[in-house]
Design a protein. Structure first.
Length: 237
């Protein structure tokens, strides 16, 4: 699609940056993967588009991106990032130690974000949450501290602006990682049935994109959590 057509999209559809990137791009990737593997690339290889056709498929991509956002959050955010891996808040507060895999993953994608905060920040955040929640420190979890901290720190304009930026970035990365993973599965199935060099390269590209964007997701997701905890620890009483 030409740049001026994309400008029309933003003028005619009042999309936020999160809508535009987190939903629209991931929806386009999913439509492209399904079209290429199941419909022979009818849309992928199409050279000429009218404005109406372009806008129609942009709207469809936006809807597909919205629909896929829920399973994306359920799988990557609530299962992989919180169950399969230790949650960023638990690591940042020193409540859990990173495994060897998590240390390697952090070194590759989030060396400063998916890591323990300083001892003073940990202590102040835990002490504050313990007092406010009426729970002893040794009973606190990262999720409990995060929930105690979230609403107070959102009242600070600078912190709220940073959190919105992190939310846009990790939402976009998460949804693209999920869409790319689904594309990888479709391409892998096609490669098994009809092997070809071009399809193999696309399959490899899809899994590399998925892993890379998942790493970006963890980076910004962890940065979001760290900013909440750090701001909570330094709030004035």
């Amino acid at each position: 699609m030409f740049e001026w057509e994309m400008q029309l999209v933003k003028q005619w559809f009042p999309l936020t940056d999160y809508d535009f990137y987190a939903y629209l791009i991931s929806g386009m990737l999913l439509i492209g993967a399904v079209d290429y593997t199941l419909a022979g690339g009818t849309l992928v290889y199409r050279a000429n588009w009218t404005v109406a056709e372009g806008l129609f498929w942009v709207a469809i991509a936006y809807l597909v991106g919205n629909i896929s956002a829920s399973p994306s959050a359920a799988f990557l955010e609530h299962f992989v990032a919180r169950k399969w891996m230790d949650s960023p808040a638990d690591i940042q507060l020193g409540l859990k130690q990173r495994s060897k895999f998590e240390r390697l993953f952090a070194a590759l994608f989030a060396p400063r974000e998916y890591a323990p905060l300083t001892a003073s920040v940990q202590a102040r955040a835990l002490d504050r949450a313990s007092k406010e929640m009426g729970e002893p420190r040794d009973k606190l979890t990262g999720e409990v501290v995060f929930q105690a901290a979230f609403h107070p720190v959102r009242q600070t304009p600078d912190t709220a602006a940073r959190l919105s930026a992190f939310l846009n970035q990790y939402g976009f990365s998460r949804n693209v990682a999920f869409a790319s993973f689904l594309g990888f599965i479709l391409l892998l199935i096609q490669e098994v049935g009809q092997p070809s060099r071009s399809n193999l390269l696309l399959t490899i590209a899809a899994i590399v994109l998925s892993l890379g964007m998942f790493g970006r997701f963890i980076k910004f997701y962890s940065a979001y959590s760290a900013d909440v905890i750090r701001s909570y620890a330094t709030l004035s009483n």
